[in-house]
Structures are given as structure tokens and as C-alpha cells.
Design a protein around this ligand. Structure first.
Ligand code: N01
Length: 542
């Protein structure tokens, strides 16, 4: 394999587009612009390999919560036909193999520069170019700047006093060491019980001498019911490919299953219980689709919440531990609902302890471990599964400046403002794939990504066909879209989870704004299509 670090960058103005990031979005955007439109494109990627979130998140148990046959590109039937997933939910190494296969199959690597972190991007109004600078001080320029930086790629390491003095080792799940972490016989502390902590705890517990899980907010989880794909299921996939793709495009969350038409409240308690039991046995995010009103009606939601809490009490033998795990303060799925493989069962192991850091908060980290207001916990390794500075974090850590030197950080000081999550007023020719204000994280990500990439590609093709070279979101369109994003969120129970990263609540000082568009992927797709059909309504073209 050629060295994709060493190649020098193309000279300024040789490029039509520069893409930041070589994960799911960057790879497809490169293919679409370079191989469909014939543009000259360069991808810059901070990591030493392609894969984006899957390159960095190598923690034990890292697995996708979307089902494998839907967690993939659908733009190429040949690619879909030739790639075989091994399990219902692909593990991180398998997704990396897939993305590397895509990079090779579409000959993408020659346009990707690895190990190249972009630190700034400045719009040069006279030249109508974006001028980028890398960490190594190199410069590159292009007409279009497309951020493919992911929504969950800026690790959120909590600022806890004393972390620097810890005598053991600490790691964040989102920046996991490539050589792995040896847990055998070690005293491990796991901070965080979101999707990541819930995936990691059962696997770490298998080898650790002892695992202490520090829980601040208890969480719902439903079994993933992961299993190898059977020959029958593979045949079903081959026979129903078009229908599966159609379902993913037509449903609210971009998954290959439809949300029930039934209301939880219009169903008898006996029938409801039977449906929840069936959904629990089937497993996965589909549990959320058991009834149509689980995310819009608190009373309906409560039926799901109490079912899961009862399951926790059935599974976990120690009543005090079960009570703590089931003491959940938000509606079911108001935070992104985790799915698990033996998470609650893990607390029946002799080497696992749950510690409530809501009642007795972490005070500091000492040389020997974690100190809460109640006790000291001696540890060899601390694993922070504490999430990300989501959605805006990956964009704002690059110093992006638009017209008149306006920084994106200032433009978004009170929360992200964009038209459709795609374009920002004051930042011409900047496209933000799965940016804040788009459905992104509320959707099966590859579906959201493909829709954005296709829209951006069509838009650039249109501009070129019409002899235009500049597109910029209008301020009033962005204002209107922010209002629509808020209204869509308010129509659901999602804003009711006070500590949710959807709201930016997990990062101290971050504006509390509901960031993703909750009106549904299919609806959003229609809106984007209408905007394009009306000559890119809400955007100024020149
Ligand atoms: O992060 P999170 P995550 N002291 O922010 C706790 C996606 N994902 O990495 O809720 C103590 O959800 C925090 O507590 P609280 C998925 O979209 C996808 O788990 O703030 N605790 C919480 O428990 C997911 O939603 C897959 O009170 C602290 C936890 O850390 C997203 O990534 C797999 C703390 C953080 O939970 C993020 O999930 C895994 C502190 N100082 C993840 N600070 C797929 O399948 C934070 N916490 C694709």
C-alpha cells in the first residue's frame, strides 16, 4: 500500500473541493464528487487510517447498534451484493474492514491524505476559495469546503481535579489506544453509562480483576440479541434488497424496520405486555418502534419505561443494585437508547460493583484512584466512557472563518445556526455533512450521510451547470430552520432528558440547544428535495 501520508498536497487553486474526514461521509463524498462529477478533490484525514468514528472507537465491546445490513452504503448495488456481514450487529473491526474495502474498491486512497489534521479554514472572498492550514503548517485551497468530521468525534474527558496525578492509566473510549488495553487482573473503574459504557462494561468485566462502574445517570437498555447471520437471513436480504432500501428511506429513523401504527395507550395491558415481551426477545433499537406514541406521549412512554425497569429487577439479583440501575430520571429513548449484550447481567458477577455518583459525586482523582464524597476506590485503570462534545465540537475545534473573518465559534456562540444543517450564513461554499440541524444522530447514520452527500453533489453539479460558483445560506432561512428544529424537538419527549448530549448538556458551558432535527429523516429528505427543486430556496447563489 502506498504511503498516503508523504504525498505532498496539491498546489493552491488546483482543487475544486476539499473534504475534511475519511469516515463514512468523507469516503462517499469523495467518490460522488470525483468519480461522478469529475471534480478534483482532496480528502484530509487526521487519523492514520480511514474509518472515522470506527477508527478511533476501538474500545472493548465496540459494536454498531444499527443492524449490519442497514449500516452500510446503499449507493452501489454491486457493493451491497458482494459484501457479507457476519453478525446482526457488526463489531468495530468488521466495520473497519468494510470501510477499507470501500476505499480500495472505489480507488479512493489516492485522493486521501492521512495523518493530516486541519486546524483552520478561512474563506478568501476575493479568490472565492477556502484556504486551509494543517497542523504541520501546510496550506491547501479549494472552491468548496465539505466537512465530513462526524457528529461524535471530539472526546469529552471530564475535567476532574487530580486527573493529572493519577498513578495508574486512564483512557477515553473515543480515543482508544490501537495496541489495546490489558485489563487482566486489574482494578478497573468505568465512568459513564451511556451506549459506550453499556457496551464496554460486560467485556471489560470478563478479564478485569475487578470492575467498578461509576453511574451518574441510570439508563434504559434493551438486549441487542446479537447473533451470527444465518443462511436464511442472508437469502432474505438478497430477495428483499429493494424493499429494505425503500424502508430505510421512508422511515423516520432510517432503519430497516417500520414503526408500529398502534398506540400504546389504545392497547390492552395484556396485549401490550405481550408486544413488549416479543420486542425484548427480538432485541435492538426496534424496541422503540413497538408503538407509534412512545416518543410523543409521556403516558405511552411510561408503559415502555416501566417494562424495562421491571426487566432490570428481574435480571439483577442484588435488589439494591437493581434499584439503582432502574432509578432512571428521563423518559425511555429521550436519550439515545443503548442496546446491550449482558449489561444488566454483568452486575451479577462477583467482580463487578455499581457506584452511585449522583448521590455521592466524584470529588477528585487521587494518585491511587477515584474519591467520591463517600469513599475511595483504588484503581489501576480508569476508563472514561463519558461521551463527546457532540455535533458542534468536531466543527468548532477547527478555526473556521467565513466572510469578514467571522468565526464559526462566534456565529454559533448561542448554539448552531444553519439552513437544513447543511449551510451556514456567512460561510459561502461550506457544506456540513450531518451538521447540527440535520437528522444525523437521530437516524441510522449511513442513511443520513448518503442523503446529505447526494444533495451536496447535486447542488455542486447544478452550480457548475449554471455557471455559478458561490452558494451561501441566507440568514433568514437559517433563523427559520432553527425554529423548525426547535419545534420538531418540542413535539417529542426528547428535550425532557436533562443530561442529554442532544442538548449539549454533557459539556460544561455549552449552549443548551437541541441540535439534531427530530422531524424524521423521510420528512427532512422531502424538505431538502423541495429546497433544491425551488432553485435552492433559502440559499443565495452567484
Ligand atoms: O456517551 P454519552 P457515549 N462524571 O454522552 C457520564 C453513540 N454510540 O459515548 O448522563 C460521571 O451517551 C454521563 O452521565 P450523565 C450513540 O449515539 C453509538 O456512551 O451526563 N459521569 C453518561 O452516563 C451514543 O448516544 C454506538 O449524568 C459522567 C456517560 O458518561 C453516543 O455515541 C455505540 C461524567 C456519557 O454518555 C454517545 O455515547 C456507542 C462525569 N464527570 C455510542 N461525564 C453505536 O452503536 C459524563 N459522564 C453506533
Amino acid at each position: 500500500m502506498p504511503d498516503h501520508h508523504a504525498a505532498s498536497l496539491p498546489p493552491p487553486s488546483a482543487l475544486d473541493a476539499v473534504i475534511i474526514g475519511a469516515g463514512f461521509s468523507g469516503l462517499y463524498q469523495l467518490h460522488a464528487l470525483r468519480d461522478r462529477l469529475g471534480l478534483v478533490v482532496q480528502v484530509l484525514e487526521a487519523g492514520d487510517g480511514v474509518g472515522g468514528t470506527w477508527y478511533w472507537n476501538r474500545y472493548p465491546g465496540a459494536r454498531c447498534d444499527s443492524e449490519s445490513h442497514s449500516y452500510c452504503y446503499t449507493f452501489s448495488d454491486e457493493l451491497m451484493a458482494e459484501w457479507e456481514w457476519s453478525e446482526r450487529y457488526p463489531e468495530q473491526p468488521e466495520i473497519m474492514r468494510y470501510l477499507n474495502h470501500v476505499a480500495d474498491r472505489f480507488d479512493l486512497r489516492r485522493s486521501i491524505r492521512l495523518g493530516t489534521r486541519v486546524v483552520s479554514a478561512r474563506y478568501d472572498v476575493e479568490a472565492n476559495l477556502w484556504r486551509l492550514r494543517t497542523e504541520a503548517g501546510e496550506e491547501i485551497a479549494a472552491r468548496y469546503l465539505i466537512t465530513a468530521v462526524g457528529c461524535l468525534s471530539t472526546a469529552n474527558v471530564p475535567r476532574i481535579e487530580g486527573l493529572g496525578e493519577f498513578g495508574g492509566r486512564w483512557v477515553h473510549t473515543g480515543e482508544w489506544p490501537h495496541e489495546g488495553v490489558e485489563f487482566t487482573g486489574k482494578r478497573v473503574g468505568l465512568v459513564g453509562t451511556g451506549s459506550t459504557g453499556i457496551q464496554a462494561a460486560p467485556v471489560i468485566a470478563q478479564t478485569a480483576g475487578h470492575l467498578t462502574v461509576f453511574q451518574r445517570t441510570a439508563n434504559y437498555s434493551v438486549p441487542a440479541q446479537n447473533a451470527p447471520l444465518t443462511p436464511e437471513f442472508r437469502q432474505y436480504l438478497r430477495d428483499n434488497l429493494d424493499e429494505i432500501k425503500r424502508t430505510m428511506r421512508e422511515t423516520t429513523n432510517g432503519h430497516p424496520f417500520r414503526i408500529s401504527e398502534r398506540s400504546a395507550l389504545a392497547t390492552t395491558p395484556e396485549e401490550r405486555l405481550a408486544l413488549y415481551e416479543a420486542a425484548w426477545a427480538k432485541g435492538g433499537l426496534q424496541f422503540r418502534a413497538t408503538f407509534k406514541d412512545l416518543l410523543s406521549n409521556l403516558e405511552a412512554n411510561e408503559t415502555a419505561a416501566s417494562f424495562i425497569k421491571a426487566k432490570i429487577h428481574q435480571i439483577v439479583r442484588d435488589p439494591a443494585t437493581a434499584a439503582l440501575l432502574a432509578d432512571i430520571d428521563h423518559p425511555y429513548a429521550a436519550k439515545r437508547p443503548p442496546i446491550d449484550s449482558d449489561y444488566f447481567e454483568t452486575f451479577n458477577r462477583d467482580n463487578v460493583k455499581l457506584v452511585d455518583v449522583r448521590r455521592a459525586p466524584i470529588q477528585r482523582i487521587t494518585r491511587t484512584g477515584i474519591e467520591t464524597s463517600e469513599a475511595d476506590y483504588p484503581l489501576d485503570i480508569i476508563v472514561f466512557a463519558t461521551g463527546f462534545d457532540a455535533m458542534t465540537g468536531p466543527l468548532l475545534r477547527i478555526d473556521i472563518r467565513g466572510r469578514d473573518g467571522l468565526s464559526l465559534r462566534d456565529a454559533w456562540s448561542e448554539g448552531p445556526r444553519s439552513h437544513l444543517g447543511l449551510g451556514v450564513p456567512g460561510f459561502p461554499n461550506l457544506f456540513t455533512i450531518t451538521g447540527p440541524g440535520s437528522p444525523s444522530v437521530l437516524c441510522n447514520m449511513p442513511v443520513a450521510i448518503e442523503q446529505h452527500v447526494d444533495w451536496i453533489t447535486d447542488c455542486i453539479a447544478r452550480l457548475r451547470a449554471d455557471g455559478l460558483s458561490r452558494i451561501e445560506a441566507k440568514p433568514e432561512a437559517a433563523e427559520d430552520w432553527v425554529a423548525q428544529v426547535n419545534a420538531a424537538a418540542e413535539a417529542t419527549l426528547l428535550p425532557q432528558a436533562a443530561s442529554s448530549w442532544y442538548l449539549g448538556a454533557n459539556v460544561p458551558g455549552k449552549p443548551r440547544v437541541f441540535m439534531p432535527y427530530a422531524g424524521g429523516m423521510a420528512h427532512y429528505r422531502r424538505i431538502c428535495e423541495e429546497v433544491a427543486a425551488r432553485g435552492y430556496e433559502g440559499f443565495a447563489l452567484s
